[in-house]
Design a protein around this ligand. Structure first.
Ligand code: SAH
Ligand code: SF4
Ligand code: F3S
Length: 474
């Protein structure tokens, strides 16, 4: 595009659109993202909004006019990492006072103007629903003002903004289908940083998936904090809002996206055990291109702890959902999130988390020890009374058990053949490709004549706890 534009300019014949004039302004934006997939997806919206205002993204912070850090507040150490990074940028700014440093995302929303006014670490603060205002906020900073917008919205979904894919392998992409969360799990800061739950127009989701397919992408991951509560044109009680408009729930949305093209793989995250319906599982079983993989965070294996966590389900209910997955999709991969050492967790209750893991045998898990977050229900109601060493020991027991299960699960795959979507070269060797099977396990195999975006049948010959290795078969 740049070359073409310069060429046209030289010939003096170009019809320059507004966007291209901005493009010629040539300012550079450096974006760094932390936290969940949703945050990475938001950064692509930010790149798009800033792109329209004339900013080109750069991977080099030194040459950037504007540096934006998209942050996460989920655990204390996530925030500490960002603080350290901001201090590094402060040093760079000393030699380059013109550089605008901004903080976006959940930490911006949680701390509001604190990092700007009290700690003087940033020039600009923008919460997750304020990204359309970013170009204006940057201009305010450039004219010597403070720029803060942390207003949360009940409607904003950035539905019609086409994300600029950052760090993309050109094969897989995220699509945000909703924003916010109404669940109020007692440990969680997300409802405070992301605001009320709202779903995005299904037409814009299907259009984005179609556009990605046309541009060569072969896998989309639909994102929401609780995808099972996705609803379009339906009130929370299930009543139709507008009689002239279609209603769409998550199972129906999945089918719509699956029908975009059989060559486009669909994944999604995150499912909530209290809301995941059999209809979602039947939709997955019905369409070959919806991947057989469910991320179903359990958090704890003890019903009393789950109650204090305000998760809305018991151990028994969770098992009922696992049984449904195994009944409707016997080959599905299943992963989870676990928190060790939540307020009041006894040794017996911790043992119940381990016994639940033994019973489910997850293929993969994200595991954390509890980190108290300001303003959450748990912070106000319960004492963070499990000592740090005990939290860490329990977490290690959970991790050790999960490592065994991941290895067992991968060993069962040896000898089987999987359809793998090639994502690119393996990290270790140019002669090898890597890609995932439908169960979301990374497979590595000799390249043959294949390239990114191709599908390959790979027969598994060996494994580790994290990776399958194999060879291409017909
Ligand atoms: N919406 C998703 C979770 C998003 S946060 C869901 O409901 O499953 C991702 C994970 O971070 C959570 O599943 C939980 O395991 C972990 N987490 C959230 N808050 C935490 C806290 N205060 N301390 C430790 N881990 C936490
Ligand atoms: Fe947090 Fe619970 Fe919402 Fe997940 S469902 S984002 S854990 S409040
Ligand atoms: Fe972190 Fe916010 Fe995501 S707190 S996990 S970036 S929603």
């Amino acid at each position: 595009m740049e070359d073409k534009l310069l060429e046209e300019e030289r010939q003096g014949e170009a019809v320059i659109t507004e966007q291209e004039i901005n493009f010629l302004n040539g300012k550079k934006l450096y974006l760094e993202s932390y936290g969940c997939q949703m945050n990475f997806s938001d950064s692509e919206i930010v790149a798009s909004i800033m792109g329209k205002a004339g900013y080109e993204t750069t991977k080099n912070a030194d040459e950037a006019d504007v540096v934006l850090i998209n942050t996460c507040s989920i655990r204390d150490n996530a925030e500490q990492r960002v603080r350290n990074r901001l201090k590094q940028f402060q040093k760079i700014k000393k030699d380059n006072p013109e550089k605008v440093i901004g903080i976006l995302g959940c930490m911006a929303e949680r701390l509001k103007s604190e990092l700007l006014e009290e700690e003087k670490l940033v020039d600009l603060v923008a919460g997750p629903d304020a990204y359309r205002e970013l170009p204006g906020l940057v201009s305010e900073v450039e004219s010597g003002q403070k720029a803060v917008n942390v207003l949360l919205s009940r409607e904003e979904t950035y539905a019609e903004i086409t994300p600029v894919r950052l760090d993309s392998n050109g094969v897989s992409a995220f699509i945000s289908i909703m924003r916010g969360c109404d669940n109020m799990c007692s440990f969680c800061v997300v409802p405070f940083t992301r605001g009320r739950e709202r779903s995005r127009d299904p037409k814009s989701i299907v259009a984005e998936a179609g556009d990605l397919f046309d541009r060569g992408y072969r896998e989309v991951t639909l994102l929401g904090q609780n995808v099972d509560s996705y609803r379009w044109n339906l009130s929370k009680k299930g009543e139709v809002i507008n009689l002239d408009e279609e209603t769409v729930n998550f199972a129906q949305l999945l089918e719509k996206v699956a029908l975009v093209n059989p060559g486009l793989r669909i994944r999604f995250s995150t499912s909530h055990p209290k809301d995941m319906t059999d209809d979602v599982l039947y939709a997955m079983a019905k369409h070959e291109n919806i991947c057989e993989y469910i991320h179903l965070p359990v958090q704890s294996g003890n019903s009393e702890v789950l109650k204090r966590m305000n998760r809305g389900y018991s151990r028994e209910w969770y098992f009922n959902r696992i049984d449904a997955i195994k009944r409707i999709m016997p080959d599905s991969g299943i992963s989870t999130d676990v928190i060790a050492g939540f307020c009041g967790e006894t040794e017996e209750q911790h043992q119940e988390t381990l016994s639940l893991m033994q019973a489910v045998k997850y293929d993969f898990a994200y595991m954390f020890y509890y980190s108290e977050r300001p303003k959450t229900l748990a912070e106000r109601k319960y004492e963070d009374d499990v000592p740090l060493e005990v939290k860490k020991r329990r977490l290690n027991e959970i991790i050790d058990l999960q490592m065994q299960h991941s290895l067992e699960s991968n060993k069962k795959a040896v000898g089987k053949t999987f359809k793998v979507l090639v994502e690119g070269h393996s990290k270790r060797s140019k002669e090898h490709l890597c890609g995932r099977n439908t169960q979301n396990v990374m497979c590595v195999f000799p390249a043959g004549n294949l390239k990114s975006g191709d599908y390959a049948n790979v027969k598994i010959t060996e494994c580790t706890a994290a990776t399958l290795k194999g060879e291409i078969v017909e």
